[in-house]
Design a protein around this ligand. Structure first.
Ligand SMILES: Nc1ncnc2c1ncn2[C@@H]1O[C@H](COP(=O)(O)OP(=O)(O)O)[C@@H](O)[C@H]1O
Ligand SMILES: [Mg+2]
Length: 271
């Protein structure tokens, strides 16, 4: 695959062979509410390789966030299993970072305190976490805003702080649930560029949920398409476009061939 070199180069020495693997095996999720049962995921199986950037694309309400919440250890499946780094997911873990759709920063804490929250709840070494936080904030262009409060930042800056928070524990696997969907088009494009740069540098496995076809193609090694609820895998597409990709990439024939193919799949989905 096109990004193999970046991934190999970034792989830390001595890391266990299963680190970074995300394995979904015969996963089922049914929600039971007063109004009855909702089957959100049905018999989903997929393996994501270490260092891969994989997008999950699917219609609204199909079960994408449900899948991410299971990977994050925030929700238990009704059947089947989710394994990360060879271990069944049982709760939030230091090797798995999460970035949500909304930055969900606590308004009464400054940016630095907000990005340190996962380190605190996971019981990590706070002195080391603080140093790492400042490095990451610098990378995200937010080092001057470490002492600022969320309401003093633009939407894009808050979302970048949310990404920094997801990276604070230096996770092997980063889970992102439509992290750019609340941003305006310009900010969104810049954030896509920044995320690609972060990923190329850090070599992490990324599971990226989106409902945007161009965003998925731009960022991913692989795009998984889910059916309308209950989520089942309907396409597993390898995106073989060299990196780094740029905004010009989006108007190249290779890029548009992928987006056209995915649009055709979407059009055939019954939703
Ligand atoms: N906690 C819950 N209780 C009941 N139903 C839920 C719950 N979470 C999600 N659902 C339902 O499961 C389906 C999938 O939701 P979700 O994973 O959020 O979809 P997506 O992220 O793809 O838009 C939807 O029909 C939603 O209403
Ligand atoms: Mg969702």
């Amino acid at each position: 695959m096109a990004s193999a070199d970046a991934r190999t180069a970034a792989k830390p020495a001595g890391i266990g062979s299963s680190a970074g693997y995300v394995e979904v095996s015969n996963l089922y999720v049914t929600f039971h509410t007063a109004r009855g049962a909702t089957e959100a995921v049905r018999d989903l199986s997929v393996t994501i390789e270490p260092g891969q950037f994989v997008s999950v694309l699917g219609p609204s309400g199909c079960g994408k966030s449900t899948l991410l919440r299971i990977a994050a250890g925030l929700l238990r499946p009704s059947g089947g299993e989710m394994r990360i780094g060879g271990e069944a997911v049982k709760g939030p873990r230091p090797d798995v970072g999460v970035v949500f759709q909304q930055p969900t920063l606590l308004p009464w804490k400054n940016v630095l305190a907000n990005v340190l929250l996962p380190a605190k709840s996971l019981g990590l070494n706070m002195a080391a976490a603080r140093t790492r936080a400042m490095d990451l904030l610098k990378m995200a262009g937010l080092d001057k805003f470490a002492e600022s409060y969320p309401n003093e930042l633009s939407g894009g800056m808050q979302q970048r702080a949310g990404i920094v928070r997801g990276l604070i524990q230096d996770p092997t696997v980063l889970l992102m649930d439509e992290p750019f969907s609340a941003l305006d088009a310009m900010t969104r494009e810049r954030m896509m560029d920044e995320l690609q740069a972060i990923w190329m540098k850090a070599g992490k496995t990324v599971l990226f949920i989106t409902h945007s076809i161009p965003e998925a193609v731009y960022l991913s090694d692989r795009v998984l398409v889910l059916s309308p609820r209950p989520a089942q895998l309907v396409e597993d597409l390898t995106i073989d476009i060299p990196r780094p990709r740029s905004l010009e990439t989006m108007s190249e024939p290779g890029f548009t061939a992928y987006t056209k193919h995915l649009r055709e799949i979407f059009a055939k989905l019954d939703h």
